[in-house]
Structures are given as structure tokens and as C-alpha cells.
Design a protein around this ligand. Structure first.
Ligand SMILES: *Cc1c(COP(=O)(O)O)cnc(C)c1O
Length: 393
């Protein structure tokens, strides 16, 4: 089929799914800055500044804190390939698709993987982890997803961190959907390795994966007996490019780094506490509206992730039709269910720039419309009122 080049230009969408989400025009402008060589001293200053900003957002003093080239999954793979050697005992907590992915990656690294698994929609019980850790003994690391994007569960971390410390194991955390959106204290919570992605709560296009490693993790890497199986993700070489030596490893995605730096700057201008509060309030308003419509959330109270809101789809509503309607009539993208929740849940992201009052009110009304055309009528007025109650008291 012949098509005009201009027809392939992307049209406007409001991104309220699990990521990518809305980004600031400031970030897009930063990304269109002059291209520099990856060894230019101007760019080295930008790299240093980006690492400094990342430390602030991760709330860490870790020296080894940098953005890996690639999306969030590259960060996951970076942490696993650098810390695990074949035959290591590893515990992976699995409560959704991303925990499953962590387990898969750890297995591919040759680890003996013990998983603590709960059904989709539930948090991990630290008592289960404590029990397995005791049985297994010599454990290299305990890994968990902080914000499980497939189910909307926010996993409390401090107790799991304690268990890791009791066993002298490294504590590994996936913070792809939490960094910049909900409280995450890498140093205070004793996290040894943590990674994120740019296109979730950091509100930047996809393409980089911020990673941070504690000095304990650095020591484990330095004392490896075997080479890291991935050349591209080998931190012992990559840190020589990001460190004083500035040794070429691979060509850094220059303009992505401009974008990330601007996105981090925006996060810090708002302030971490204010940003977390904003995410919490918009999520609370949305949940209030959803419940006033007679719908329910997947995650139990106390474990709800404000950045990713997973809503149970009513029995008589077709998921695909509803999402196609939102896209067609409103230009709004939300996410469908993943894994066990395929066809059963909507995943709604209010992250970064997407976490706004206008989007909450608009989406409540648009969802009501998308259900009404399928014959499932809800009280839109009550939903909006419940949301406004959260904002205005
Ligand atoms: C999105 C996501 C990932 C994977 O990130 P990609 O950028 O898609 O590679 C990993 N973990 C969690 C919790 C995520 O939400």
C-alpha cells in the first residue's frame, strides 16, 4: 500500500497506560539539543550531572549510579548478570509478570532460583521469604518488584531488606514503576541493587534504565570468579566509561541522556515529597471515582500503587472494545490486563506528567461512556463527585 510520508506522523494521544506516559515538552526540547560526541568534554559534564541527579532521585550516595542503554528490562538484566554467577542460590519474589521476568532472567544467569510466589493481585508475605531463606541457607540475593505494574501492587520493602541482611544476601529491587512516583529510599532501606526505566514515573520517553549499586554489590562484582556473560551489560567495563577513565565501551545514546537529565531536573524542582503526594492524591481521587461507579480495584487497601491503578473490568464489558473506544473517541490510551489478568483488568497509569486532576476527571467520564455504549451504565456524576471530594475535602 502506497502511503504519504506525512500520514505516518504520530497523532496526538493522551497516554494513561502502564508506560510510556505523558512527557514534558521540556524533555522533548532537551532531546533535540545539539548532538555531541560521546567523549566530548561538554558531554562528560552532562553525564556527571545526570549521575548526580540520579543519586538524588534514588536517595542514595552510591558511587555506581548511572543510566544503562536500553529500557527497564536492560536494567533488570544488568543487575542479574553482574551479580549472579552460575550455581548461586537466589530467591525471587513473584507476584506478577515482572516478578516472573526477574525469575526468568535469574535462571538464564545459571542461578538456582527459589521463588516465593503468590497469586496475581496479592502482595508478598515476608514470612514466606523468611521461611524459604532459612531452608535454602547460603543465598546470594533476594529480588523483588517494588511496584508490580501487572497488578498494581506496591510491595513494602523494609522487612524484606532485613531478611536479606540476616542472610548476608544482596537485596535487589525493581523500581521501574516506583522511582519518581512513590517513596523509594535506596540507602535507608538497605537496597543493594536497584533499577528503573525512563518511561514510567520519570515521565521521559523509553530508552534508558537508571541503575544503582551499593558498595557491597560493587564488591561482589569485583570478586567474581567468572566473566559477566553479557559483554554489553558488563558494569566493570561500563563504569570505566562513566568514571574518571572515560574509556570507550559503546556509544552512549547522547540525546536520550539529555532527555533523562531534564526529566530528573523536573522531578527535583517539584521536590520528591510533593511529587509523591501528588501521585497519591490523584490516585486516591481516581479510586474514589471508580468505587463510586460500582467498580473495584485489584489491589487490596494498604498495597495500592498510586502510579499504576489496576481496575477490575465488569463481567459484561468487553476489554478490547472498551479500549478501542477510548482510543477512537477520546485519543486516550490505557493498558489491558497482563498474564492472569488478560481481559480482566484495565491498567491505568497516572505517572509523572500523566498524574493530573484533569486526566483523572476526564478518564472517569470517558470510561463511563465506554462502558455505557456496551450497555453497562454507571453514575458518572457520583464518580466525579467522589473524586472532587478527595481534592476539595
Ligand atoms: C515496564 C517494567 C519493566 C520493563 O521495562 P521495559 O522498559 O518495558 O523494558 C520491568 N519491571 C517493571 C515493574 C515494569 O513496570
Amino acid at each position: 500500500m502506497e502511503r504519504e510520508f506525512s500520514q505516518l506522523n504520530p497523532g496526538y494521544r493522551l497516554l494513561l497506560g502502564p508506560g510510556p506516559v505523558e512527557t514534558s515538552p521540556r524533555v522533548l526540547r532537551a532531546m533535540s539539543g545539539n548532538l555531541l560526541g560521546h567523549l566530548d568534554h561538554q558531554f562528560l559534564d552532562i553525564m556527571n550531572d545526570t549521575m548526580e541527579l540520579l543519586r538524588k532521585v534514588f536517595q542514595t550516595k552510591n558511587r555506581l549510579t548511572l543510566p544503562m542503554s536500553g529500557t527497564g528490562s536492560a536494567g533488570m538484566e544488568t543487575v542479574m548478570v553482574n551479580l549472579i554467577e552460575p550455581g548461586d542460590n537466589v530467591i525471587v519474589c513473584v507476584k506478577g509478570v515482572f516478578g516472573q521476568r526477574m525469575r526468568d532472567v535469574a535462571e538464564r544467569c545459571g542461578a538456582n532460583v527459589y521463588s516465593v510466589e503468590v497469586p496475581f493481585g496479592q502482595p508478598i508475605d515476608p514470612a514466606d521469604v523468611r521461611k524459604i531463606a532459612k531452608e535454602v541457607g547460603d543465598i546470594k540475593l533476594i529480588a523483588v518488584v517494588h511496584a508490580e505494574t501487572s497488578t498494581g501492587i506496591l510491595q513494602p520493602l523494609p522487612e524484606l531488606s532485613e531478611i536479606a541482611k540476616e542472610h548476608d544476601a544482596l537485596f535487589v529491587v525493581d523500581a521501574v514503576t516506583s522511582l519518581g512516583g512513590v517513596e523509594l529510599k535506596v540507602d535507608d532501606w538497605g537496597i543493594d541493587a536497584c533499577y528503573s526505566g525512563t518511561q514510567k514515573a520519570l515521565s521521559c520517553p523509553p530508552g534508558l534504565s537508571p541503575v544503582t549499586m551499593s558498595s557491597r554489590a560493587e564488591k561482589v562484582i569485583a570478586e567474581r570468579k567468572t566473566k559477566v556473560q553479557s559483554w554489553y551489560l558488563d558494569l566493570s567495563m561500563i563504569q570505566n566509561y562513566w568514571g574518571q577513565e572515560r574509556v570507550y565501551h559503546h556509544t552512549a545514546p547522547i540525546n536520550m541522556i539529555y532527555g533523562l537529565r531534564e526529566a530528573l531536573q523536573i522531578v527535583l524542582e517539584e521536590g520528591l515529597e510533593a511529587r509523591f503526594k501528588r501521585h497519591q492524591q490523584n490516585s486516591d481521587a481516581f479510586v474514589g471515582g471508580i468505587e463510586a461507579m460500582g467498580l473495584s480495584m485489584i489491589a487490596p487497601i494498604g498495597y495500592r500503587l498510586p502510579t499504576l491503578n489496576a481496575v477490575r473490568i465488569p463481567e459484561n464489558v468487553d476489554d478490547l472494545k472498551a479500549r478501542a473506544y477510548l482510543l477512537d473517541k477520546y485519543g486516550i490510551e490505557i493498558g489491558g490486563g497482563l498474564g492472569d489478568f488478560k481481559g480482566k483488568a484495565w491498567r491505568i497509569g497516572f505517572m509523572g506528567e500523566s498524574s493530573r486532576r484533569n486526566n483523572v476527571i476526564l478518564l472517569l467520564a470517558a470510561l463511563a461512556d465506554a462502558m455505557a455504549v456496551q450497555g453497562h451504565r454507571v453514575d458518572v456524576g457520583a464518580a466525579v463527585e467522589a473524586a472532587l471530594e478527595v481534592y476539595n475535602g
